[in-house]
Design a protein around this ligand. Structure first.
Ligand code: AMP
Length: 516
């Protein structure tokens, strides 16, 4: 079905044509007529499916038929991150080019003064992160009683970031008779509940199964025989080189890891730069622009910073480790293979990552090809400081092999101790041993469920209940990540204890002995 048959205003159709689009994507084909008809919509769609235009186009169509009043926005789009909010505003400008609609972007890192002036003049659409929106509301700069259409975008990410209480509060400030559109890549029970609470008889549109990766992505997994960062970084470099990377995103689980990996890649001559929540907004935008324009080859990112970013032609995605949340794996690899293009993803799995990897493979319900790039053994041996290992035959190199969802039994002795032997599964720590600290997810906008890293500065868009709020623990999905600490895990730490031996003085009865 062509765009012309969706019922959109001709001015919008010409903007769509100017943007180079001919046919609507499946989510657009289903959502646009429903939204124009006034229905609430629950869209289950990953980024890359064209979901932004699915709500921006009918919203502009409707806004074209009215006028903005001072301090009373007519529509509201909630986004979890500043980058995503900025990206939606770019879409709004692109598709709204033939309209005189006003827009305000309420995100951290932009001065209140500029935002105040726009709000006072009256805006047709407000694109905001929840924290900043509530700040502005509490400052008395905003009335939400004129909002006729609400979009909650990336709802599952909002949940992860602890924004649900803020969203509930914002919904309570809006008129009851309004249209509510909710988009989410996955539908965990909390989001279903949110939809039931704030939507009225929504049309459910599902364009890809939740947590299903696009079929255009070839997924590889590279077992790393050690948990040591130097070894993992060497493995990463080998993979990037072997994959003939044009441009790619390297995902890390911690902000500090993002910095270290980016610096290490730069040191080894790779064109790489970091993006994460602790970096100044101006630098994040600049880095992202360079990457988009093809001036930067490798973007090293955290999940939150990269979430939903529209970067059209990424050839490869690299996971320095599997993410603590299996859903994020799908989001990460969804950065490649977009809009029908083919893409590749590579995940490094060290013994300490095995549990996370098990969760990922369970979630995607498929085996992933094993990838051992040329020079792998040499790189690992050199990084371990033992000199090059005996050369494998070239026939073995870069040959994707069918892998089980567990690593093959190829690990060195160092990590098999730390992670419970050669099976790669964790064992329970013995008495006297310390458990390895759990993996920490990045907290760009400070999730209440996870303590920020020590050097982290609070981001202005953060959820308002930072501790003890109702933000979701992913519970059984990421038991290790929930009580995160940000320190890197060092295998030797697990064995700094007294083992089973308890010194005699600790067994002595206190009190009785001392009185005698
Ligand atoms: P989104 O899922 O909104 O992040 O969009 C993903 C990408 O698809 C963006 O680069 C859009 O510009 C692009 N896109 C949106 N609609 C269409 C369409 N109808 N045909 C082709 N590409 C589109």
């Amino acid at each position: 079905m062509p765009f012309a048959e969706l019922g959109l205003d001709p001015k919008l159709l010409s903007a769509v044509t100017a943007a180079g689009y001919h046919d609507p994507t499946p989510i657009q084909a289903q959502a646009i007529p429903a939204v124009l008809g006034g229905r609430d919509v629950t869209g289950i769609a990953q980024t890359g499916t064209g979901k932004t235009a699915a709500f921006v186009l009918p919203m502009i169509h409707k806004l074209g038929q009215g006028r903005a009043k001072a301090r009373m926005p007519r529509s509201l789009i909630l986004e979890p991150t500043r980058e995503l909010a900025a990206q939606v505003s770019e879409n709004f400008e692109k598709y709204g080019v033939n309209y005189k609609l006003s827009m305000a972007l309420l995100i951290g890192g932009v001065s209140f003064g500029d935002q105040d002036r726009k709000l006072t003049a009256g805006v047709d659409v407000l694109i905001a992160t929840p924290g900043r929106l509530i700040d502005q509301f509490e400052r008395g700069k905003l009335l939400l009683s004129g909002v006729q259409m609400l979009v909650i975008d990336e709802a599952d990410r909002m949940l992860d970031m602890g924004f649900i209480p803020d969203i509930e509060r914002i919904c309570g400030l809006l008129p009851r008779t309004r249209q509510t559109l909710l988009f989410s890549a996955t539908m965990p029970p909390e989001i279903t509940r949110l939809a039931q609470q704030f939507q009225s008889d929504p049309m459910r549109i599902e364009v890809a199964k939740p947590a299903t990766a696009a079929t255009t992505i070839t997924q590889y997994m590279t077992p790393c025989p050690s948990n040591e960062d130097t070894v993992k970084r060497a493995v990463l470099r080998t993979i990037i080189t072997a994959a003939s990377t044009q441009n790619g995103i390297v995902f890390c689980n911690r902000k500090r890891e993002v910095d270290t990996v980016a610096k290490s890649l730069q040191k080894h001559g790779f064109d790489a730069a970091a993006i994460h929540g602790d970096l100044p907004q101006s630098l994040r935008t600049q880095t992202l622009d360079r990457f988009r324009n093809g001036e930067l080859r490798l973007l090293v990112a955290s999940d939150v910073a990269a979430r939903g970013l529209d970067i059209p032609e990424v050839s490869q995605v690299f996971n320095y480790a599997p993410p603590p949340n299996a859903d994020d794996y799908v989001h990460r690899i969804g950065r490649t293979g977009r809009a029908g293009r083919s893409g590749e993803s590579y995940t490094i799995v060290s013994p300490g990552d095995q549990r996370l990897w098990d969760a990922v493979t369970k979630r995607i319900a498929k085996d992933v090809e094993l990838f051992r790039p040329e020079g792998f053994d040499e790189a690992v041996a050199a990084a371990k400081g033992r000199g090059p290992a005996p050369r494998r035959s070239s026939a073995d190199d870069r040959r994707p092999r069918k892998a089980s969802n567990h690593q093959e039994d190829e690990r060195g002795s160092d990590d098999s101790v730390a992670e419970g032997g050669r099976s790669g599964r964790r064992r329970r720590p013995r008495r006297g041993e310390r458990s390895p600290p759990p993996v920490a997810a990045e907290t760009d906008d400070a999730r209440p469920t996870q303590p920020p890293e020590p050097e982290a500065t609070p981001a202005t868009d953060g959820p308002r209940r930072r501790r003890g709020g109702r933000g979701r623990h992913r519970g059984s999905e990421q038991p290790a990540a929930a009580a995160a600490t940000s320190e890197s895990f060092r295998p030797e730490d697990a064995f700094r204890g007294m083992g089973d031996h308890v010194p005699a003085f600790l067994l002595r009865k206190i009190g009785a002995d001392e009185q005698a």
